[in-house]
Write a protein that binds this ligand. Structure first.
Ligand code: SAM
Ligand code: SF4
Ligand code: F3S
Length: 470
């Protein structure tokens, strides 16, 4: 089928390596040691893209710095999901006029989801003339070529054409050293939830070949990564574009066969495609963490319909009940939007009541933010922000009380955790995650970092657990 059109040809990927060599040679000839500052905003998909950008930059000869003043190249890898995120980026871009004045050779680059929005790229073209390179997620794989064009011509380069999207295998990646790793299993989104900009900036759903995913996970396990998260906007629809029967549950089953001591997680899942087969598979597979992030967005059926979510409150609850019955220790999290255009107080309280009914371990809560170009942004939105804030506060109050109680119930228990680094608490200097991804701060030896350990939980609050390694 049309897979050939979706996958970038290996020869085109190889051509990008030629551009990395040209950039490397240019710096070597100048005896320069260039440094890049890569600032990533947004979701894990963007974090994974940031790791690919760094992989390509490393091959071009760059080292990395957090300090924009020291950087020869500054990259803002942006998120468009809410207005606030965009405003921050424009603020940061504005501030970069000063660093560029001090260092006119500095190259400034805007990429990620915001860059794919026509409204944003034209504004940058007109009003942020110190920005040298702008490209969206579709052009990420040809970053070396675009960067070479900037160095070669010293002209501004924009690569922001709208397209359905591609899959590029074999891009080098710089991963954060340690225990956690991200693996994209699919790109794009077909769901067009009426409030959401993602399908407009990330293109249509396309799944990576299962053998490529399996090989990457195997490589990570062999390299010592112990907590691997499979990424996609809706991983439940993995495979639907591949033309066969093979689905996300099958992929999990196959990954689970890879030998080693590791956990597999995934995000995000869409309730409309979450099947009993998926929950049965999660329950059966020993490497699959018993943790589910299943965003419900609203607890009211009218609002869900307006959001184009394609499930009802009842269907969502049925799924959760089934999953909990199969996995009694399941740790459940979700995303919620308060103040969708036209939502009434009673409808917002349906969301609060669903939160009370389900008892989520944690919630990611958002006040609706209009995104130009989406359907919801055209709807009348008469409720003032201050009123939405009250509903939001009520939601937080209910959730925080539940999180605190759920965490308190762990006190006295011994949990197996993965120690992933240092914490900011001097009394409990190590940071760890339970299988369900709950944060644990603990007393113990630094040598435990990177290891699974049994921890006695001694204390808790709304956001975290405290404990001691046994
Ligand atoms: N694909 C995932 C899903 O459907 O669950 C995640 C998509 S989005 C990157 C993460 C969350 O941002 C969404 O689940 C939603 O709660 C929130 N979000 C998206 N668009 C929003 C908007 N316009 N205003 C407020 N929150 C929004
Ligand atoms: Fe956005 Fe909906 Fe797609 Fe998630 S499933 S990325 S909320 S359109
Ligand atoms: Fe933001 Fe793009 Fe992710 S809009 S949330 S970075 S897919």
């Amino acid at each position: 089928m049309e897979r050939k059109d979706v996958c970038i040809a290996p020869a085109d990927i190889a051509r990008q390596r030629d551009f990395t060599q040209q950039i490397r040679a240019m710096f070597a000839a100048r005896q320069a040691h260039p440094a890049a500052c890569v600032d990533t905003f947004g979701c894990q998909q963007n974090v994974a893209d940031g790791e690919r950008l760094m992989g390509m930059l490393k091959e071009c000869g760059f080292s990395f710095t957090q300090d924009v003043k020291e950087a020869d190249l500054v990259i803002l890898n942006t998120c468009a999901v809410r207005e606030h995120a965009e405003q921050r980026v424009f603020g940061n871009l504005g501030a970069l006029t000063h660093t560029k004045k001090e260092n006119p050779e500095q190259v400034i680059c805007l990429c990620g989801c915001m860059a794919q929005e026509e409204r944003v790229s034209s504004r940058v073209k007109e009003s942020y003339r110190h920005v040298d390179l702008v490209f969206g997620p579709h052009a990420l794989w040809k970053f070396p070529e675009l960067l070479w064009q900037v160095y070669d011509t010293r002209k501004r380069v924009f690569s922001v054409a709208d397209e359905a999207g591609t899959i590029a295998e074999g891009i080098p990646t710089v991963r954060e050293a340690g225990v956690k790793a991200w693996v994209s299993i699919m790109y794009g989104c077909n769901n067009f939830c009426s409030y959401c900009i993602v399908p407009y900036v990330r293109g249509r759903e396309r799944s990576r070949d299962k053998d490529a995913v399996l090989a990457e996970v195997r490589e990570l396990v062999e390299a010592g990564y112990k907590d691997i998260t499979l990424l996609g906007q809706n991983v439940n629809s993995y495979g639907s574009d591949l033309g066969g029967e093979y689905d996300f549950a099958d992929l999990l089953s196959d990954i689970d066969q890879i030998p080693g001591d590791y956990l597999i997680r995934f995000m995000s899942s869409h309730p409309k495609d979450a099947t009993h087969k998926l929950f049965d598979t999660m329950a059966r597979c020993k490497h699959v963490a018993k943790q589910l992030h299943l965003p419900f967005q609203s607890g009211n059926d009218r609002v869900l319909k307006e959001m184009n979510r394609r499930y009802t409150r009842g269907q969502y609850l049925e799924e959760i009940n089934y999953a909990k019955a199969k996995m009694p220790d399941l740790v459940l999290t979700s995303d919620v939007i308060i103040g969708f255009p036209g939502e009434t107080e009673a409808e917002a309280m349906d969301t609060v009541s669903l939160v009370e009914e389900v008892g989520f371990d944690a919630l990611f809560t958002f006040i609706y933010s209009p995104r130009p170009g989406t359907k919801a942004a055209e709807l009348p939105d008469p409720v003032p922000r201050s009123e939405k804030q009250k509903w939001f506060d009520k939601l937080l109050e209910v959730q925080n009380a539940h999180s605190a109680a759920a965490h308190a119930a762990y006190v006295g228990k011994t949990l197996r955790v993965l120690v992933d680094g240092l914490s900011d608490d001097a009394d409990h200097p190590l940071s760890a995650r339970t299988e369900g991804n709950r944060l644990v701060r603990l007393k113990g030896d630094k040598a435990l970092i990177g290891q699974f350990a049994d921890v006695k939980i001694t204390d808790s609050n709304t956001w975290a657990l405290c404990g001691e390694a046994e």
